[in-house]
Design a protein. Structure first.
Length: 247
């Protein structure tokens, strides 16, 4: 099966800092892929390059069959990108925020009404459709951001630490929604700081100082490391990487 996301020696430098260093990954259609690493590992920069928002310094990437540099608009037509700080309007209601983003995407009329109804039902946000964005809880704001991202029916969803700072119950609800999107055939590429969330992904890439140091299913990673959790894998891998760098 052809990868729907593929990078080859993808790199990005900011001055003397190498944020992403020769990244090679391939994500299959319908997969949920998690990129895990500490702050500064290069996760957000990777997502922004894959979304066509930042050009690589070297290497290449293809998303949905399109080159992220030469065909960035075609890439953007195929994806949804939910940044850590999504641009919701605090004074608009849930439904008004969705209408605004529907206008941006050119989704109008019956199609927008049907999509809005379906998304509100899927996220269990129907009772809050008239509540202003500024009055929503953190978990509800993330659900609203996700709904706005999904309005133009993307094939691929890029999520940058979508549950960061969200309470455990809302995190559980958010993952229920993600699994439903997988059933609908959407490919999900996400970054997360939560290793228990990473364990729910089909495959996980561990990043450290811009480099991809391991990539496999959570089960295979744990089996190869001889530990019973992804936290153990990550600690062991980071120590090994730092020992090699110190030589």
């Amino acid at each position: 099966m052809e990868p729907i996301i593929e990078t080859r020696d993808l790199s990005r430098r900011f001055g003397e800092l190498t944020a992403v260093d020769r990244l090679n990954i391939a994500v299959a259609p319908g997969e949920i892929f998690g990129l895990v690493g500490p702050d500064g590992a290069g996760k957000t920069t990777t997502l922004r390059m894959l979304c066509g928002l930042v050009n690589p310094s070297e290497g290449s990437a293809r998303v949905a069959g399109y080159d992220v540099v030469k065909q960035s608009q075609e890439v953007k037509d195929q994806i949804g990108y939910m940044a850590q700080r999504f641009g919701l309007y605090q004074d608009l209601t849930v439904e008004e925020n969705m209408s605004f983003y529907g206008d941006l995407f050119g989704i109008v009329g019956i199609e927008r009404q049907d999509l809005t109804t379906r998304l509100l039902r899927m996220t269990r946000m129907e009772p809050f459709r008239n509540r202003r964005g500024g009055q929503l809880s953190g978990g509800m704001k993330q659900k609203l951001a996700l709904m706005c991202t999904l309005l133009h029916r993307p094939r691929i969803l890029f999520l940058d630490e979508p549950t960061n700072g969200v309470d455990p119950v809302s995190r559980r609800d958010f993952w229920t929604i993600l699994y439903q999107l997988l059933k609908d055939g959407i490919t999900i590429f996400m970054t997360t700081a939560y290793l228990d969330e990473a364990a729910r992904c089909n495959r996980v890439g561990l990043m450290h100082r811009g480099k991809l140091i391991r990539c496999d299913t959570p089960e295979n990673l744990q089996r190869a490391a001889g530990v019973d959790s992804l936290e153990g894998v990550f600690v062991q891998t980071i120590k090994a990487a730092e020992a090699l760098e110190a030589r």
